[in-house]
Design a binder for this molecule. Structure first.
Ligand code: GUN
Length: 293
């Protein structure tokens, strides 16, 4: 346990994301000098309020980094076929380097069919099975943005991760599974803890590194943590308080910081990194794209 005077230090996702966005802007300048203008297509189906905010932020940040953005909005009533046709047009457009379909899509649309309709070379979310398989095999593929951002936070905080025991809490395709794979590639011993795990807190207490992505407000408190653990909180949960609505993570920040050595705040931790790595993936896809004559 930290002494009462030593609280965990905050991992400043905003500052580290700004560094990443600077790297992206530099890569955009280099590509532009070669006549390549990195372009990201963002497809939003329906009017989910959270998705609208995410999409607006992605487009805003892309513009700031010098990336062209192409927005395609479809009504919630659009058919799967209509959506697949939009994706096919973006796949065929050599001026589009990255394609992102904001999830979730409406229930009548098959999410997997949509993901697998995207050209894997333009799949800046890294969700296509070709990229997922490539990641597991250690190939140089487009990798999901949130886990990539978390890895950067960990590298900036801990340096070499080799030999550390990492516990990932949550097993989603978007975060948990790719996160565990990236940690394994960084030579961590990795455990994945989930809703069926027996004594999840005891498993978590073995961890030098804890990455939490479960969508349950303040699930993880100090009692789950080994003293000195580094905690990455992917959760963004809106809760009501007597003072009005508030964003909190999956980690009880005020409790966890009594025991952890470093922790991401919510907001201002992982959130900014996701967009930064989306744009990094877009310039990577642009740099590998066939050159237009
Ligand atoms: N919805 C929630 N997270 C994501 C993400 O990382 N990518 C997409 N496309 N949709 C999401």
């Amino acid at each position: 346990m930290n002494s009462p005077a030593t609280l965990a230090r905050d991992i400043d996702g905003k500052a580290i994301a700004a560094t990443v966005l600077g790297e992206v802007a530099e890569q955009v300048r280099e590509l532009t000098a070669q006549g390549i203008h990195p372009a990201l297509a963002v497809v939003l189906v329906g009017d989910n309020p959270a998705s609208q905010v995410y999409v607006r932020n992605k487009i805003l940040r892309a513009g700031e980094a010098g990336i062209v953005s192409i927005e395609r909005r479809l009504p919630s009533t659009c058919s799967q076929q209509e959506l697949l046709e939009v994706i096919a047009m973006l796949n065929a457009d050599p001026g589009v380097h990255g394609i992102l379909v904001q999830l979730p899509v409406p229930a009548h649309i098959d999410e997997a069919a949509v993901i697998h309709a995207i050209d894997p070379a333009k799949d800046v979310d890294g969700f296509h099975r070709e990229n997922v398989g490539g990641l597991v095999q250690g190939q140089d593929v487009l990798t999901p943005c949130t886990p990539s951002g978390c890895m950067r936070l960990l590298e900036e905080t801990c340096g070499d991760l080799s030999g550390k025991h990492a516990v990932v809490i949550g097993r989603s395709n978007i975060v948990g599974k790719p996160m565990a794979t990236l940690l394994l590639q960084a030579h961590c011993s990795v455990s994945i803890v989930h809703s069926r795990s027996v004594d999840a807190p005891a498993l978590c207490r073995l961890a030098d590194i804890v990455v939490v992505a479960v969508g349950k407000p303040k699930l993880i408190d100090a009692s789950w943590l080994k003293p000195g653990a580094v905690v990455i909180d992917v959760g963004i949960n809106r809760i009501d308080t007597p003072h009005g609505p508030k964003l909190v993570g999956d980690v009880d920040y005020n409790s966890a910081r009594l025991v952890a050595s470093a922790i991401t705040p919510v907001p201002g931790g992982v959130g900014p990194m996701t967009i930064a790595y989306l744009l990094k993936n877009t310039v990577l896809a642009a740099s590998k794209a066939p050159r237009i004559a």
